[in-house]
Design a protein around this ligand. Structure first.
Ligand SMILES: O=C(O)[C@H](O)COP(=O)(O)O
Length: 375
């Protein structure tokens, strides 16, 4: 069982961890021996300062023997340090907020304007966000050095300016495994409901119609699914799609071939994946390299009538190009959980397109993913 998004198995994601820092740098070798660095459990029960952030995590994670081995007998009296002020800017699972309350003064203030967020961070040691809060350079500047930790209760950190965080001595941590299953299940839910027109048929029947012939779907069994990004979520989608009898291929320049092979997934080139697939499911992070990687050129290489699922990030798709691909029939249907701008405009042609199914960034939103994840 791993603690998840809000209650948190967290991992440092910015270069603070590789920057030179004062004590206890010489102790890192000892910590590595305990294999604790890849998955650190963070409990904010001590003063959150940049120089002791790592030690904070370690102190609350290590067993007594491990502490002795890492630090010897020279340990601070952590309990005497003042409580940190923690700003929770987006709704978390209640268990996560309760945990934070045990150790700090917690201010849950949601839907802050950028100006209000800047005012609040100037009085906060830690900031907890999900994907909806933009933690920009201006936010770090406004914090004037007070903000020491940004905790991303979830996976994607494209809403946090990591460079600015590092320059301002602020640690950024996320929960990289917290919502893997939830996101994969939502991807499969969108895949199946898109193929069988569930959302459209539901709207039709609620409008008083009974349109059985209009909503003839397509079957999944025997079809080729291209998984773009064979990381944690992509792997879980592959496992489930195999169970549905799909032929699964994947493109991911960093994926280990043996993991793919073990699941019966063929790793192929980007072009081969998009040109042979009947269904394409996106699971890559948004980075400068993946921004708008699905554009007019890449849509033109797809098999006519392909169906697209996106539970990754809206920004990996050029949304205007997707509308053109839907209009021309190259993309028969799309099921989207994420958008370039969230929330998207109600007038957006993409959102209103009859062959598009949408959900409001619900990939991680299961009760289980927001409290505990069982692995
Ligand atoms: O990056 C993530 O963890 C998911 O996109 C979920 O984001 P959320 O925490 O805002 O629901």
């Amino acid at each position: 069982m791993a603690l998840s998004s809000s209650c948190s198995t967290l991992k440092a994601v910015n270069s603070r961890w590789t920057s030179p820092r004062p004590s206890p740098v010489p102790k890192l070798a000892a910590l590595r021996r305990h294999s604790l660095l890849p998955e650190l459990r963070y409990t904010p029960n001590v003063k959150l300062t940049a120089t002791n952030a790592l030690r904070t995590v370690e102190q609350t994670t290590l067993t007594e023997d491990q502490k002795l081995s890492a630090y010897g007998s020279d340990q601070e009296d952590l309990a005497s340090l003042p409580k940190p002020r923690i700003l929770v800017a987006e709704k978390l699972g209640e268990a996560g907020v309760s945990l934070l309350r045990e150790f700090g003064d917690v201010d849950c203030s949601y839907e802050l304007s950028p100006e209000d967020l800047k005012k609040k961070v100037a009085e906060s040691d830690a900031l907890i966000v999900r994907s909806g809060t933009k933690v920009t350079r201006e936010v770090f500047e406004a914090a004037k050095g007070r903000l020491k930790v940004v905790g991303r209760a979830g996976v994607g950190i494209d809403n946090v300016d990591l460079q600015a965080a590092t320059e301002h001595g602020c640690l950024v941590v996320n929960a990289p495994t917290a919502n893997t299953v939830a996101a994969a299940e939502h991807g499969i839910a969108l895949l199946a409901s898109m193929a069988r027109n569930v959302a459209q048929a539901d709207a039709s029947i609620k409008a008083g119609k009974w349109e059985r012939s209009k909503y003839v779907g397509v079957s999944l069994v025997g079809k080729t699914l291209a998984i773009m990004g064979f990381g944690k979520v992509g792997t879980e989608v592959a496992r489930r799609a195999k169970g549905l009898g799909m032929n699964v291929i994947s493109h991911d320049p960093y994926a280990p071939a043996d993991r793919a092979r073990a699941l019966g997934v063929e790793l192929v080139s980007f072009d081969q994946a998009i040109s042979t697939a009947d269904f394409i499911s996106l699971h890559m992070p948004l980075t400068p390299a993946t921004k708008k990687v699905f554009n007019d050129e890449t849509f033109s290489k797809m098999k006519k009538g392909v169906r697209l699922v996106n539970v990754a990030r809206g920004g990996v798709i050029d949304e205007d190009a997707l509308v053109r691909a839907l209009d021309s029939g190259v993309v028969a249907q799309a099921a989207l959980d994420v958008f370039c701008e969230e929330p998207p405009s109600k007038e957006s042609r993409l959102i209103q397109h009859e062959n598009v199914t949408v959900t409001p960034h619900l990939g991680a939103s299961t009760k289980e993913a927001q409290v505990y994840t069982y692995t």
